[in-house]
Design a protein around this ligand. Sequence first.
Ligand code: KIV
Length: 272
Amino acid sequence: MSTAKKDYKKITTKSLIDMKAHGEKISMLTAYDYTMAKIVDSAGIDVILVGDSASNVMAGHETTLPITLDQMIYHASSVVRGADRALVVVDLPFGSYQSDPKEALRSAIRIMKESGGHAVKLEGGKEIKESIKKILNAGIPVMGHLGLTPQSIYKFGTYTVRAKEEEEALKLIEDAKLLEKIGCFSLVLEKIPAKLAQQIAESISIPVIGIGAGSGVDGQVLVIHDMLGMNNEFSPRFLRRYMNLYEGMTSAISQYVDDVKSKDFPNEKEQY
Ligand code: KIV
């Protein structure tokens, strides 16, 4: 296995499978708007996820449940306009695919047609198998999502680590194999023990992208607001903060307020 990094001009679902085969880790971050997508894309990210975490970080909801399909399409179309190289994956929001496979397909088609995204992501395994198959049969690439699935938060009752017990771990392994078998191109594993995540990544051929799932998987994903430190109230163990934008932005904005109040801004050179 060669670990040499290939130069991909445009990332496709096939590039990700290729990266796994070559031992190159996959980088994925969320984005929800044009400007952020442009920055993330030009920094060389492989995959941009238009996550339903937009419900939390963009709209201020406590859970991901309230965001609508129309709102996801709005976010995704903004992101697509900012992304030249990255593969753009869009979450199907809660309530847009759970009732039946036809509804799931209609929602996925709307995302692909109206946003220009390249693939969709759905939370769940065996219970949504028929919906995933229906979407795949229409030629739409699907990324799976297992482990902690935030759309089921009221069933779990907590955001703590999933699949610590054998029964849940076995179901997770079965679901991962099922998603590979029916044709998903990739899989997100959220907040599960690192050993289990590595075991799954090693037992399936599609790339496994982890969040809070350790280093033994094929790639990593974080929510952009969290890794840039825009939110100082959320500090799970798996999060690495690369900046403290909350402090940086607050201090820049309070400086601006002071400058306006003190009439320091605008100065002679900053006017016509
Ligand atoms: O919505 C989201 O941001 C996600 C990631 C946490 C994987 O699904």
